[in-house]
Structure formats: structure tokens, C-alpha cells
Design a protein around this ligand. Structure first.
Ligand SMILES: O=P(O)(O)OP(=O)(O)OP(=O)(O)OC[C@H]1O[C@@H](n2cnc3c(O)ncnc32)[C@H](O)[C@@H]1O
Ligand SMILES: [Mg+2]
Length: 196
């Protein structure tokens, strides 16, 4: 159905994971090829931000666009940082985000450190598409007391994966791409597109 999609993301980790999940039959091009400017994520939900990013990328590229809005929702923080995950430490990047999260959970015991990664994928056929395809995935885990592992990106070193007994950054890319929030959302998208 789509041989080429623009990925409405400036996050290289997402591009790598999503391209691996889609396989070679659909080529993902980064929106960075078309503009260095990142749209402001003004939505109040993952869905709204994913649609906003997808429309922006479709407008810039003239191609159908896929967006991924994702984040980490921590139970004891009432779901924070959530849609603000990328900006948790005021735009200072992954290391600062992780340090801030560790500090926020400093005195929280293991049993209360539950969290989930959330991924919302939005696909628009063109910038004004009235019916975006939306797919979501959740991945349940726990926030560690210190970073572990060197794979992945973002909060992966702090996310304990109970079903594998390791952090998400200790999973190899193939394994993470089978069980992550993004993998679940992508599996649904592939079904919707008849690619599964
Ligand atoms: O908006 P784009 O350009 O796609 O890139 P971004 O990195 O800003 O992406 P988001 O706005 O969706 O914010 C997602 C945040 O959640 C984190 N995150 C999402 N998926 C993750 C994953 O699989 N592993 C670790 N962290 C993840 C990521 O590092 C960001 O801090
Ligand atoms: Mg973002």
C-alpha cells in the first residue's frame, strides 16, 4: 500500500526501531530531510501530538506520514512525565531526564515503582487527511534505582522488564522490537495496512 513514508520524528532511535519493524518493503524517510524545525507538541494527549506531527511532516514532504508520540507514565507520579517525557528536564536531553526521574523516585520502594511505556502511532495519507489511522501500545514495567544497559535510547536504562528479567537497555534490538510498546502499536498498524 505504501512504499515510502515520511517518519514525522527527529529521534534516530525511533527511526531505527520502526524501520526494522516495517521491513524493507516500506522505506521510512526522516522528516529531517525536509526541515530541521520540530513542531511544537501542543496537544494534551499522545494521540493529538502524534496527529499534529504526522500532518506537519506530510505537509513538509508531500508524502504520506507516520508519527510516533510516546513516553513513560510512572504510576506514583500520577502518569508523569507522560506526554512531557522528552521535555521532563526542560529539554536537556535523555541523561538529564533520567537523572530527574531517579531523583523523583529516590525514596519510593520497589513495589510502588510501576510504570508503562506508551506509544501512539498516527498515519496520515496527506496533510489534511480526515481519518488518520491510530494505533497504540503499552509496555508494563518498573523504574529501576540505577541505570542498566547500553542499548536503546531515552529511558530504556531505567525501565525494568519483568518478563525478561533485565532492563530495556539490556535487551538487544531484535528482542526489544518484539515486545515493546512500539512493537505492539506497529503490529496493530501492520494489520490495519494489510502488511501483517
Ligand atoms: O517527537 P519526536 O521527534 O518523534 O521525538 P521525541 O524524542 O521528542 O519523541 P516524543 O515527543 O514522542 O517523546 C518521547 C519521549 O519518551 C521517550 N521514549 C519513547 N519511547 C521510548 C523507548 O522505546 N525507550 C526509551 N525511551 C522512550 C523518549 O526518549 C522521549 O523522551
Ligand atoms: Mg517530541
Amino acid at each position: 500500500m505504501f512504499n515510502e513514508l515520511v517518519l514525522a520524528s527527529h529521534n534516530a532511535g525511533k527511526l531505527k526501531e520502526l524501520q526494522a519493524m516495517l521491513g524493507a518493503s516500506v522505506k521510512l524517510r526522516s522528516v529531517g530531510e525536509f526541515s530541521p524545525v520540530e513542531p511544537e507538541e501542543t496537544g494534551l494527549s499522545f494521540v493529538e501530538n502524534a496527529i499534529l506531527k504526522a500532518r506537519n511532516a506530510a505537509r513538509l514532504s508531500g508524502l504520506p506520514a507516520l508519527a510516533d508520540d510516546s513516553g513513560l507514565a510512572v504510576d506514583v507520579l500520577g502518569g508523569a512525565p507522560g506526554i512531557y517525557s522528552a521535555r521532563y528536564a526542560d529539554g536537556q536531553g535523555d541523561a538529564a531526564n533520567n537523572a530527574k526521574l531517579l531523583l523523583a523516585l529516590k525514596d519510593v520502594p520497589e513495589a510502588e515503582r510501576g510504570a508503562q511505556f506508551v506509544c501512539c502511532l498516527a498515519l496520515v495519507r496527506h496533510a489534511d487527511d480526515p481519518l488518520p489511522i491510530l494505533c497504540e501500545g503499552l509496555w508494563h514495567g518498573r523504574i529501576l534505582n540505577e541505570a542498566r544497559g547500553a542499548h536503546g535510547f531515552g529511558y530504556d536504562p531505567l525501565f525494568w522488564v519483568p518478563e525478561r528479567n533485565c532492563s530495556s537497555a539490556e535487551l538487544g534490538p531484535v528482542e526489544k522490537n518484539q515486545i515493546s510498546h512500539r512493537a505492539l502499536a506497529m503490529a496493530l498498524l501492520k494489520q490495519r495496512l494489510g502488511l501483517a
